[in-house]
Design a protein around this ligand. Structure first.
Ligand code: PLP
Length: 420
C-alpha cells in the first residue's frame, strides 16, 4: 500500500479544524527567513543583545542543579512549576507592588504559552478581544487560533487612547489585552494618568484585563510606572488580606531579563484561574522543563537578576540612543518615529503613500531588514508603518543599517517626487 505524505493525496488536507482557517504563519517569521544571509543587518526580530547573555552564571547554575538535585531536575514535575522559582518571582514582584502568593503563580513555557493558554481557557469562537492597535503579533496569533475577533483601540505616544476606549468597551469584549510598558511594536508607554483611567473604565464596564509586561524592567530613562495589577488592587481597596484583587491577570517572563532560550514565563491570576490554567497546560505540555526552571532559579537567586538587569539596561539603552541619533541623521524629516524609554523596539511612520512591505523588498537589496507594520494591526491597516529592533545589533551596525535604510527611504521619496 502506498503511503502519501506530501502533495494533494495527503489524507490530512481536508481535515484541518475549522479554527485553523484564519491562522497564518507569522508574517514576521516568513519575512525574517529572507534575512538569514549573515551580511544582512536585521532590525527585524525581537532579540535581546546576545553579548549580555549570562553564560557563565547559567553554566554554574546548571552544574549546581545537576550536582545537588540531578534526579529531580531530570524528572517530571508539577504543572504549576518549581516552587522555589515561583516564590522567588513572588518576592521579586512584591517590590513592584504586586502582592500575591505562590498559589497565584503558574510557570509557563515563555509568556507566549501563557497567551495561548489564556486563549484556550477564555475564548469562544467569535469572542471579541479588546487590544491596542498596533499590538503584539504573537498574541494575535495565539488568540486567532481560538477564533477571536478584535476590537482595537489606537495608541499614541502615551499608549492606548483613552478617548476611544469607552466606545470599544461598550461592545462587550471578553477581556482587554494591553502592554503598558514600551509596547511591542510601538515602543510607547501608557502614562500613569491613563493607567488609572484604564483600570477605572475596565472596572466600570466589567471587562477584565490581561497585562502583558515582558519589558517592565527594561527601562533606560524616566521613572518606573506601577503595573495595572497594582493599580487595580488599590482601586478596589485591598479588603482581603493579600492586596491582589484579581481583575487583572499579569504575564511576566525571564526572556528579556535572563535568556529567552530558557523559555520561562509566568502568569499571576486568582487561584481559581490558576487551577483552570493548570488543566489547560496539562493538555499542552504537562509542565515546563523542570531542568530549565531549576537552572533559572539557581541563576537568578541571591540578587543576580537585579545586578544583571542593570547590565542589560546599560547595553540596550546605549543602542537605543545610537538608533535615535542615526534616525535623526539619516531619515528624511517627513518620517516620524517614537522615542521609547525602554524595551526593544521603536516604531516608524513614513510619509503618506509609502508601503512598508514594498520598502522591505527594496531594503533587502541594500542588505537591511525591518518588520513592516501591517501584521501588528488586528483588523488590517498600518501600511506606512514599520518596527525597528534596537537591542540586537551593536552600535556600529545600527549606525550602518539606519544609514542604508535612510538611503532607501530617501530614494523612494525622491522617486515619488519625480513621478508626480
Ligand atoms: C509583548 C510580548 N509578549 C510576550 C512575548 C513572548 O515572550 P516569551 O514567550 O519569550 O516569554 C513577547 C516576546 O517578544 C512580547 O513582546
Amino acid at each position: 500500500m502506498e503511503l502519501h505524505v506530501t502533495g494533494d493525496g495527503t489524507p490530512w488536507r481536508d481535515r484541518f479544524a475549522q479554527r485553523t482557517e484564519r491562522m497564518t504563519s507569522s508574517a514576521i517569521r516568513e519575512l525574517l527567513k529572507l534575512t538569514s544571509d549573515p551580511e544582512i543587518i536585521s532590525f527585524g526580530g525581537g532579540l535581546p543583545a546576545p553579548e549580555v547573555f549570562p553564560i557563565e552564571q547559567i553554566r554554574a547554575a546548571a552544574d549546581r542543579v545537576l550536582d545537588e538535585h540531578g534526579k529531580a531536575a531530570l524528572q517530571y514535575s508539577t504543572t504549576e512549576g518549581y516552587l522555589p522559582l515561583r516564590e522567588l518571582l513572588v518576592r521579586h514582584m512584591a517590590r513592584y507592588g504586586i502582592v500575591v502568593g505562590p498559589e497565584n503563580v503558574i510557570i509557563t513555557t515563555g509568556a507566549q504559552q501563557a497567551l495561548d493558554l489564556l486563549g484556550k481557557l477564555f475564548i469562544n469562537s467569535g469572542d471579541r478581544i479588546l487590544t491596542e492597535e498596533p499590538t503584539y503579533l504573537g498574541a494575535l496569533q495565539a488568540f486567532t487560533g481560538y477564533q477571536a475577533r478584535y476590537v482595537p483601540v489606537p495608541i499614541d505616544d502615551d499608549g492606548m487612547r483613552m478617548d476611544l476606549l469607552e466606545e470599544q468597551l461598550r461592545t462587550g469584549p471578553k477581556f482587554l489585552y494591553v502592554l503598558p510598558n514600551f509596547q511591542n511594536p510601538g515602543g510607547v508607554t501608557l502614562s500613569l494618568e491613563r493607567r488609572l483611567r484604564l483600570v477605572e473604565l475596565a472596572s466600570h464596564y466589567g471587562v477584565p484585563i490581561v497585562e502583558d509586561a515582558p519589558y517592565g524592567q527594561l527601562r533606560y530613562r524616566g521613572e518606573h510606572l506601577p503595573p495595572l495589577v497594582k493599580l487595580d488592587a488599590e482601586y478596589h481597596g485591598n479588603g482581603h488580606g493579600l492586596p491582589f484583587h484579581g481583575d487583572v491577570i499579569y504575564l511576566g517572563t525571564m526572556s528579556k531579563t535572563l535568556a529567552p532560550g530558557l523559555r520561562i514565563g509566568w502568569v499571576v491570576a486568582p487561584e481559581e484561574v490558576v487551577s483552570k490554567l493548570v488543566q489547560m497546560k496539562q493538555g499542552a505540555d504537562l509542565h515546563s522543563s523542570t531542568f530549565d526552571q531549576m537552572v533559572a532559579y539557581e541563576a537568578a537567586r541571591g540578587g543576580f537578576l537585579d545586578r544583571h538587569v542593570k547590565v542589560i539596561r546599560k547595553v540596550h539603552g546605549e543602542r537605543l540612543g545610537v538608533m535615535l541619533q542615526a534616525l535623526e541623521r539619516h531619515f528624511p524629516e517627513e518620517a516620524k518615529w517614537t522615542r521609547p524609554e525602554g524595551g526593544l523596539f521603536l516604531w516608524v511612520t513614513l510619509p503618506e503613500g509609502f508601503d512598508s512591505r514594498r520598502l522591505f523588498d527594496e531594503a533587502l537589496k541594500e542588505k537591511v531588514a525591518f518588520v513592516p507594520g501591517t501584521p501588528f494591526f488586528p483588523n488590517g491597516g498600518g501600511e506606512r508603518t514599520l518596527r525597528l529592533n534596537f537591542s540586537y545589533s551593536t552600535p556600529e551596525v545600527i549606525e550602518e543599517g539606519i544609514r542604508r535604510l535612510g538611503g532607501v527611504v530617501a530614494r523612494r521619496m525622491a522617486g515619488r517626487l519625480v513621478a508626480v
